[in-house]
Design a protein around this ligand. Structure first.
Ligand code: AHG
Ligand code: MN
Ligand code: MN
Ligand code: MN
Length: 322
């Protein structure tokens, strides 16, 4: 089986980016180990603090954040990092060539029930003019990502990653500690009969999403004339991994309860990296009003509506918005 290094070289990835990715994955292997120890390592449960999003931090959110932040800061490849669990950008090395945004632990509510969780990351070039702690350098659209991916801590530890030459799936070989390519150039099926959405929020969605999901649920008796299945892992890494592997549509739409907040998921370390992976696998990723990767960010913790997955199904959903 092909090793990570070989795949990255074949994809024309520059040496310094390969070294950065390997450093980041070393941190993820450490997180994978801590996660797998569960209650034995005393890592489950909540802390007494909230993050900048107003969410109560789990112990694993904080541990994963520290592991990533510290390993990346000390690597020399990174000028600054931004994280879901940090209020502000953290300056790293003045000569670092890259910026890394990450969701250290996605699916926090799954930690205490031994269910799917993961780490999501997005890498961009650091502008030369920037001071290491300048947040404005992070405000680049997702089209500027040079690499993105997630590590899924499931029954096996898997990596989905793109550097702009297709999306590849890797599995961590825990016997020697390396990620091996287990599926190169993933292609998301264009059609699907699976959707993933938290439909308990249906009454709060905008009209187009309400009608679209109503038609999905109407199944073969409705206008779509086929039956759909619904799946919800409560961790986008898990739901989107399913979509990447077998097709589907995943959505976290705008919610009218708080018009000032355009969605639950965060653009820089959730929506953009997932959009890059999905597009590189032949799928689509949209907000309902345009391509996710073309959204011009205004702040590092900005939220966006997310609608992504199988090409034909996303296009069908978008017709409800037009
Ligand atoms: P995080 O744990 O990083 O805060 O992200 C959780 C997100 C996302 O992974 C998931 O799809 C969604 O929250 C689940 O939301 P519900 O509470 O609506 O199920
Ligand atoms: Mn969170
Ligand atoms: Mn998340
Ligand atoms: Mn998180």
């Amino acid at each position: 089986m092909k090793r990570l290094n070989t795949q990255l070289q074949e994809d024309g990835c520059p040496l310094e980016l390969i070294l950065l990715i390997r450093t980041l994955l070393a941190a993820c292997k450490e997180i994978s180990f801590r996660v797998s120890q569960g209650a034995l390592a005393g890592v489950l449960g909540s802390t007494l603090s909230d993050n900048v999003q107003g969410e109560r931090q789990k112990k694993l959110d904080v541990i994963a954040n520290h592991i990533l932040r510290d390993i990346l800061s000390e690597s020399g490849y990174v000028k600054a990092v931004s994280s879901e669990e940090e209020d502000n950008v953290i300056g790293c090395h003045p000569d670092g060539k890259y910026l890394v945004s990450f969701d250290p632990l996605d699916g926090s509510s799954n930690t205490d029930v031994n269910s799917l969780i993961g780490t999501i990351f997005s890498i961009m070039h650091a502008p030369q003019w920037m001071e290491p702690d300048d947040p404005s350098a992070f405000l680049q659209p997702g089209t500027q990502q040079v690499a993105a991916g997630y590590v899924l801590y499931g029954p096996s530890t898997m990596l989905a990653m793109t550097t702009g030459r297709g999306t590849h799936l890797y599995t961590l070989d825990k016997t020697h500690g390396g990620f091996l390519v287990t599926k190169a150039n993933v292609q998301v099926p264009e059609q699907t009969n699976e959707f993933a959405i938290n439909s308990s929020n249906q009454r709060h969605w905008e009209e187009p999403m309400q009608s679209y999901v109503t038609d999905l649920i109407a199944g073969s008796e409705g206008p779509r004339k086929k039956d759909f299945n619904m799946r919800w892992v409560a961790a986008m890494v898990g739901d989107i991994h399913r979509v990447l592997c077998r097709g589907g549509i995943f959505a976290y739409p705008f919610d009218k309860r708080n018009p000032a907040i355009p969605g639950k998921l965060r653009l820089q370390y959730e929506a953009n990296p997932m959009a890059f992976l999905m597009e590189q696998a032949g799928g689509l990723a949209d907000t309902g009003h345009g391509r996710i990767m073309e959204v011009m960010p205004t702040e590092i913790h900005q939220r966006v509506p997310v609608l992504l997955g199988s090409k034909d199904e996303v296009e069908t959903c978008l017709t409800y918005y037009r």
